[in-house]
Design a protein. Sequence first.
Lengths: 742, 268
Amino acid sequence: MKIGRRSFLSFVIGGAAGTALTPLPWKLTDDLSIWTQMWPWTPVPEDGEVSYTNSVCTLCPAGCGISVRKIEDRAVKIEGAEGYPASDGNACILGLSGLQLLYGPTRVRMPLKKENGKWKEISWDEAISQVVNKLSDLRSNDESPAVACISGSDYGTVPRLLRRFMTAYGSPNFMTVPSMQDSYALTLKLMHGVSALAGFDFENSNFVLSFGSGLIEGWGSSVRMFKAKSLWKEKGGKLVQVEQRLSNTAAKADQWVAVNPGTEAVLALGLANVIITQSLYDKAFVENHASGFDAFKKIVTGFSPDKVAKITGVEESAIISLAKAFAGASEPVAVCGRGQGKTPGSLHEFMAVHALNALVGNINKKGGVWAVPEPDYIKWPEPELDEVAQKGLATPRADGAGSEKYPDTKSLLNQFPKAVCAAEESPVKVLFVSGANPCYTLPGTKAVKEAFDKIPFVISFSSFMDETAQAADLILPNHGHLERYQDVPTPAALQNPLTGLAKPVVEPLFNTRHTGDVVIALAKGVGGSVADAFAWDSYEACLEETMGDNWDTLLEKGFVAQAFEPPGWDSAFTTSSGKFEFISQACMAESHQAAPGKIAIEGDNKKFPLILMPYDSIRLANGFIGNTPFLTKTLEDTILKGQDTVVQINPKTAKSRFIFLDDGDYAILSTPKGRVKVRVNLFEGVMPGVVAIPRGLGHTAYDDYLAGKGSNFNELISPVDDPVSGLDAAWGIRAKLTNVPL
Amino acid sequence: MNKEHSKAKKYGMVIDLDKCTGCGACMVACMAENNVPFKKDETNKLDSITWMRVYKLTNGKSFPNTEICYLPRPCMHCEGQHGHSPCVSVCPATATDYSQETGIVSQIYTRCFGCRYCMAACPYHARYFNWWDPVWPEGMEKSLNPKVSVRMRGIVEKCSFCFHRYQSAMEKAYYEERKELEEGEYQTACTQACPADAITFGDLNNPDHAVCQLKKSKNAFRLLERLGTNPKVYYVSTREWVRRSGDNYLRGYEKEGKVKKHRELAGH
C-alpha cells in the first residue's frame, strides 16, 4: 500500500480522533496523577486500634483536662476531656498541639553534660553522682546556702519536693517564677490578712471591669475564661476593658476604655472617688467589715473625675458613667493583672482595683472575688534539720525576699540576677531550674544570662532544649508532659479548689527520668538528715501517699473537686483589725509611700518619645514552653513576617517630623536596653504614641520552626522594682522608632 | 426503601462571630486532625495551608472607634444550584465532587493532578496547593492520623468537614443497625475544639438540629451571597458592619438588583 500525503494525514487525524473517543487519555491523566504521587517519602501513617487516654495538660498553669486519641501506642490527637471542671471538653491552642512537643525534635533525649561548650551524653548514675558530689562538698564546707533553685510554681508535689530538698539541705534560696498570682496573694495578705489565692466567680458576674487583663488572651485558666465570656454574652453580662490597645479582649468587650499607658491605678482611684462621693458604695460592708475607709476616702479625694480625666485621657463623663454602671450592677467584679497575667505588676494598682471590689461589697460573694485557700493536700511531716541545715536556713535569701525591705514577699526572682551580677563572686554555686525558662521569660534577659554564666554549676530539669537548658552545665531531662504522673493544683483565678492528675499517656520515648525521682535520688545521695526527709522509694510512691484517699478517684476520674464556700464577712478577714483594710500598714512605711498610682518606666522621654508595651496572644506561647509549629503557623502576618517581629503602631505614630513609615516597612526599634530591627503594622487599634510588641518571639533555642523568629521583648526591657513588694512592676519602657538607614 | 434513609442530608455550620474570640483552637484542631503540613516559614499566607483560617476584620474607623471581628473560614461546601459548586463545575479530573447524600464537597487527592482551576474558581480562598512535599521533623510523623491520607506535592487540598468522622460515625451506626446519626455523633474537629462554643455543626435539613434554627436568625448571613454559590456555612453577628463586610466585593453592585436575583435562585 502506498502511503501518500492524504492517507498519512487521514491516518493521523483518524487515529487522534479515535484515541480521543477511547477512555485512554483520561485513563492516562489519571494514572499520571497517581504515578506522580506515589513517592516513598510521603509518610503513610499506620492504622490500628483506636483508644482514648485522659490526662491533664501541664504545659501551662491552666491545667485543662485532655483526652488523647491513640492508634495502638501512638498518640495522634489531643482533645479536651468532657466533664473536667473549668475546661470541660476543651483545651487551648497550645494544649491541642502538645503532640508536637512530645514527638518534636527539641526533646532532650538523655542526660547531657556541657564540656568545653559542647554537649556530651552521660549516664544517669554518673550525672546524679556528679551532682551529689558537688552538693556534699558544699555542705561539708558549710556553704549550703550557695545552692539555689528556681521552680516554675510553688504548688504541687514536684515544686514541694524541690523546696523540701532545699530546706533539708539547708538553703533558703528556693525561688519561684513570679506572676500576677504573687501580686494578688500579697493584696489578699495585706487587705484581708489571709494567705490565699485570688479566685473570681466570673460565671456569676454580670459586670466585669478589667484593667488590662487579657481575659480571652490566656489570662487565668484560658479555656474557662473563653467559656465565661460566652456565658456573659448569653446572659447579658457586661465586660469593660481598660487598655491602650484594641486587644481581643477589648474587641470582644461591650466597652473599650482606652486609657493612657500606666494610669490604670489612677482610673481605679477615680472610679472609687465617684463611687464614694456619690455614695454608691455598699454601706453594709464598708461600715461593718472594713477599716481605714476614712483614710482611703482622703486619698481618693485627690482623684476627682476632672483630674483623673486629665491624667488618664478618659473623658470625665465616661469616668462618672462607668463608676455608676459598675456600682449599679448586682454582681460587679474588678480584675487586674495585665495581659496573660505573667508579670506581677504594681501592688498599688492591684490594691486600688481590689478596693473597688470592696466598695461594691463583692468580696467572697456570688459573682465576686474570693479568697481561695492555698492547696493544702501536701501534708508531709516537717523535715528534721541538722546543724548545717539550721545554720544555712538562717542566712538571708540571695534574692532579698522576706528581708526588712520586702518583708511580705516570698520570692523575688527578678532581684536574683541583679544580686548575682553585683557580687564579685556568685553567692550561688549550684542552681537547679525546674519547670521554668528564666533565660527567656524574665525581663532583662541579658542580666539573667550574665548571672547564669557566673553561676558555676547550673542544672536544668527541662524536657526541652530551651534557652535555660542551653545555658546550663548539666541537663537531667524530665519525662515529657504526656509521659509522666504529675499533680495539678488549682488553676490560676479559679474560685473552686481543684486538684487534677496528669497521667502517662505513652511510655517514655527517651532515656529521661521524672524530676521527682531525681530529687529523691539526690537527697538519698547526700545522705544523713537530707536523705531522712525523703523516705519514699520513688516519686510515684510519694504521689500516691500524698494523695491518700483521693488517689483512686484521681486515677479514675482525673480530678478531685472540693466543694468550697468562701467564708462570710464575719470570719473572712484576719487583719489586725479583723476587717478588710482599705489602707494596709505595710504601705505606710516611709520607703513604700510612693504616690499611689503611677509606676515610672525606664527611659528619658525626650530621647525616647514613644512607649513600648508588650501584648500577649493566645496563639503565641510566651511562658516556659515555646510555640509549637502549629501555633506559629496560626500567627497572623501582622505579628510575625518572615523572621521579623511586626510591631503595631497607630498610623499617626508612623508619620512625624522624624519618621515616615508605611505598613510593612522595616524600622529600628530602640529602648534604653537594646535595639532591634522590626517591621511595622499600622493599626488604628493602638493608641498613638504606643508601640505594641508581641511577647513570645525571639527564641534562640528550640527548633527551626521557632528559633530565630522575631525579637524577645524581655531583652528590650529590665525590671522596675515595685516599692512595696519588690516584684517587677514594669508595664513598658520608653522607646524610639527610626527609619532603617538606607 | 426506607423513607428516612433516602432523605438527603445537608451538613452545614453556623458560626457565631459575637462569640468567636479568634483564639485559633479551631485551626490547630483541624491541622492535627487532618495531617495538615507545616513549613519552617508560614508567614506568606498565600501558600500557608490552612483548611480552617481565622481572618481578622476591622471596621476601618480610627482610634479609639476601631473595632475588630474574627471570622473563621472553613470550606463553604457550596451547593450552588443543585450541586454546581464553583470548584466542582471546573475540575477536569473529577477530583472534587458534590455529594447529594451529605452536601459535602469532597477532594480526592489521588485524582487531583494540580491544575488549580478549582482554586481560581473558589471565591473563598478555601483551597490550597501543595507547592512542596510535606516534611515532618524526625519523629513527629508519629502524630499523624491514619484516618486522613497525607497529601503530597502538586495537589490541591481543602476542608472536608472532617468527612472521615462522618464515615466512622456511619460505620458505628450501621454496626448498631441504625441508619441515622444523632446530632452529636458527627461533629467536625473545629466545632469540637471551639472553647467559646461559637461553631455549631449539623444537618441544615433536619429541623431538630441546632443549625437549622440558628441559620434563621435575622443576624445570619453568608459570605458573598450575591455570587449564588449557596454556601452551607452561615455566620451570625449582631454588628452591622460585620454583616456588611461578609459581602464586600464590588461596591455599588446592589443597585442593579442582582443580589435579589441570586437570593431568589439560592432559594431565599
